[in-house]
Write a protein that binds this ligand. Structure first.
Ligand SMILES: Cc1ncc(COP(=O)(O)O)c(C=O)c1O
Length: 427
């Protein structure tokens, strides 16, 4: 993209601040792509990395194991009700590819050849690799590859701000669920239902209405369909609970974690499965039931060591309670943000806020800008001392989870100022 001809070089980080090579400081309003937990340069996390890097830096999980990954698997199982085993990878997209392969192969392993379809909800996002793009189809991102993606069965999602005419939220939620049940009850061909847990992030900060996810999990049980959750962006406290599916009362068969797993310091992801799934993969070598999947850096011990330290710190500092308390600040500013004449809707849950920008509040027309919206907000945000990234017409606030109350207030005030100034750049 020509409008991004040069980039600022970030050379340091301290707490919620990113510091560039010239010494300018900006608040990391997107938690370095939604993964930062404790802010930058946290001494305990650095210590865990340093300590492990003096032992073994990387050793494959093919035929071998290492102490940090074994410990991490136990820790992850402990916090994840219903889950039994952990499969490691090194990024969220891969964790979702693994989830898809596990779900499809499960049915083959148990001798069911009919269940080959995957059901999803519209606007979901699960990563940028081909399987992940197929199940998380966002038309603007992936339209150019449509022909190469495998087809899925997509259902609508209730978005309170953009309900079809004549529907209340609960009517529309019921309508979506009825559509799902109607399709589930036909053909017996669906292997798995895959969705983000709690909210859609990249698809526009769409926070599910109460009971939506739970009801889908119940329908999956009723019609013998695997329920697969993506908690890569929404788990680990982002929405105010450690494991979002517990909050949603919807235990999956398979769940994927990533992003905040290592506190946002190193690249690691995990796909967890229940016993039923795991058992279907065990057999004699000649049964060929094993999962053919493994990456070079699967189960990297340094990443696992920092993930273990991160998890310990969640407990030690009671982080989830703290997120619940600090995030109330979002509520205090919601109305003030909504009063800005280019803001159509403000949505928040836990340490996440989405601000939807419109050019006409009544018609809810998404705003347009001369340059890309992302560029306008990046530049104006930088002048205010914040690193902002928009997704389409939505300004997202996804700061480090441990942000202090006064820091969050500062971030929100700077965001309000940025939106007010950016107003003049829209048309
Ligand atoms: C819900 C969700 N799933 C999967 C991914 C993909 O993760 P990664 O970027 O680590 O591949 C993302 C990334 O933003 C995400 O938000």
């Amino acid at each position: 993209m020509r409008e991004w001809s040069s980039f600022d070089t970030i050379s340091k980080g301290k707490g919620i601040w990113l510091i560039d090579a010239k010494g300018n400081k900006i608040i990391d309003a997107v938690g370095s792509m939604w993964c930062n937990v404790w802010g930058h340069s946290n001494p305990q996390l650095i210590k865990a990395i340093t300590k492990q890097s003096k032992q073994i830096q990387h050793s494959s999980l093919f035929n071998l194991t290492n102490e940090p990954v074994e410990r991490l698997a136990k820790n992850l199982i402990k916090i994840s009700p219903g889950m039994n085993k952990v499969f490691y990878s090194d990024n969220g997209s891969s964790a979702m590819e693994i989830a898809i392969k596990m779900a499809l192969q499960y049915w083959k392993n148990i001798g069911d050849t009919k269940k080959t379809q995957i059901a999803t909800i519209e606007n979901g996002y699960h990563g940028d690799t081909f399987g992940a793009m197929s199940v998380g189809y966002v038309p603007e991102f992936f339209g150019k590859f449509k022909k190469q993606l495998f087809s899925t069965i997509q259902f609508p999602v209730p978005n309170e701000y953009r309900l079809p005419k004549g529907f209340s939220l609960s009517d529309y939620q019921n309508h979506c669920l009825e559509k799902i049940e109607k399709r589930f009850s036909k053909n017996n061909d669906i292997a798995a239902f895959i969705m983000e847990s709690g909210a859609q992030m990249a698809g526009g900060v769409i926070i599910y209405p109460k009971g939506f996810q739970k009801k889908i999990s119940e329908l999956c049980k009723k019609y013998n369909i695997l329920f697969v959750l993506d908690e890569i962006a929404t788990g680990f406290g982002r929405l105010g609970s450690m494991v979002q599916y517990q909050d949603q009362k919807s235990i999956p068969d398979i769940v994927a974690y990533g992003k905040m797993l290592t506190g946002g310091y190193l690249t690691m992801a995990a796909t967890l499965a229940n016993k039923k799934i795991y058992d279907s993969f065990s057999g004699d070598f000649n049964d060929w039931k094993h999962l053919f999947h493994g990456h070079t850096y699967t189960g990297n011990p340094i990443a696992a060591a920092v993930a273990n330290e991160n998890l310990q710190m969640y407990e030690k500092h009671n982080l989830i309670k703290k997120v619940q308390k600090t995030s109330k600040i979002f509520e205090n500013y919601s109305q003030e943000i909504l009063d800005i004449d280019i803001v159509g809707d403000v949505r928040h849950k836990g340490m996440l806020m989405g601000i939807e920008l419109v050019s006409n509040k009544k018609r809810k027309t998404p705003i347009r800008t001369k340059k890309s919206i992302n560029k306008v907000f990046f530049e104006e945000g930088k002048k205010q001392g914040i690193y902002l990234r928009t997704l389409g017409n939505i300004v997202m606030l996804v700061p480090p989870l441990s942000i202090q109350e006064n820091e969050l207030e500062l971030l929100i005030k700077k965001t309000i100022k940025t939106i007010q100034i950016a107003k003049s750049k829209t048309f």
